[in-house]
Design a protein around this ligand. Structure first.
Ligand code: AVJ
Length: 321
């Protein structure tokens, strides 16, 4: 298994991360990037969220992949280079290997250590597929090593992760993917998208009765404490999540339970009034037509879509031309 990462950028990245985080915390409406939800515990809590009865996206997407495996495999075509963006534990791609039959699997994620373990295990199971780990933050850059080859590149972006981008950013991200794919026949993108639906379904999915999503959201404070040497106390904050129907997005916030002051490195400080919030995540929802239109605007060609019977979730395959 080959491992490709860019360790030389790490020192600069650390400094940039801290500056961006501080800028967000000091903004009039305090906000943090959703990527800070995913330290080791955060990734485990997200895995737990995916098991919750209220959190429909993961199981609905899995059901779509299972039910339409043949058609999806026909759209992707055999012998592809499957490039998994945000591969994590690689379980979603692994479940597709028997039907998709890729020639090569490229797992991309920020955390390359976590990735290596998963890919090593997978390589034992599928010795005939060539596997590569790629450690990079593809949200800011999508320059793949030329060694990968341009033929039959199929990007895989499941789980509705595209929802974390605001619509204009999502369009720019899709354009970058479109560029990264190249123009050879048989290349494309397989992507999962969460659809607009009744808020009676949406709200509980992000505010579950066991409080797992609350723990996931509050754990961001522990992560920020480590990154900035800050003194956030999770007990001082409460989880808020709700569907904003004008912007077609779930918003996740942390809300101060009482007036408080937070300190961090180099004398950084901010007072929060009671009820004041930090916006920690947005999760945008689309209509089928709206998302297909965006794929077209990003320069893709023919698009095929598959939904569950309730039309809660959609899997799309977009060809390059
Ligand atoms: C990983 C971005 C797809 O938006 O549904 C789950 C993250 N946040 N519960 C989503 C999440 C709260 C998830 N994505």
């Amino acid at each position: 298994m080959a491992q490709l990462s860019q360790p030389a950028q790490n020192c600069v990245a650390q400094d940039e991360i801290q500056q961006q985080l501080v800028a967000g915390l000091l903004a009039a409406h305090a906000h943090t990037s959703p990527k800070y939800l995913y330290d080791v515990l955060g990734s485990r809590l997200f895995a737990a969220i995916c098991e919750l009865p209220e959190y429909y996206p993961t199981r609905t997407e899995t059901a779509i992949f299972a039910l339409h495996a043949q058609q999806i495999a026909a759209a992707v075509g055999p012998d592809a280079i499957l490039i998994d963006l945000g591969a994590g534990n690689c379980s979603k791609a692994a479940r597709l290997f028997p039907s998709l039959q890729p020639r090569q699997y490229v797992a991309v994620d920020i955390s390359v250590q976590f990735l290596e373990e998963a890919v090593n295990a997978l390589q034992q199971q599928f010795p005939q597929i060539e596997m590569t780990c790629l450690g990079m933050d593809f949200s800011s850059e999508l320059e793949l090593p030329a060694a990968l080859g341009m033929d039959r590149r199929q990007f895989f972006y499941p789980g509705s992760s595209i929802g974390n981008f605001a619509p204009l950013e999502a369009l720019m991200f899709l354009r970058r993917i479109r560029k990264g794919i190249g123009s050879s026949d048989g290349s494309g993108l397989l992507i999962g998208v969460d659809l607009i639906k009744d808020k009676a379904i949406l709200n509980p999915a992000y505010d579950d009765s066991l409080g797992v999503t609350a723990a996931f959201n509050l754990n961001l404070l522990h992560h920020v404490n480590r990154l900035l040497d800050a003194d956030f106390r999770p007990k001082d904050w409460r989880h808020r999540a709700f569907y904003n129907s004008e912007q077609h997005r779930i918003e996740m916030h942390l809300e101060a339970r009482h007036e408080l002051t937070v300190h961090w490195q180099n004398g950084g400080v901010r007072r929060f009034a009671r009820g004041e919030r930090i916006h920690t995540e947005s999760s945008y929802k689309y209509t089928r037509e709206g998302f297909v239109d965006m794929l077209q605007q990003a320069g893709f060609g023919a698009v095929q879509t598959w939904c569950d019977p309730n039309n809660w979730f959609m899997v799309c395959h977009a060809q390059v031309a």
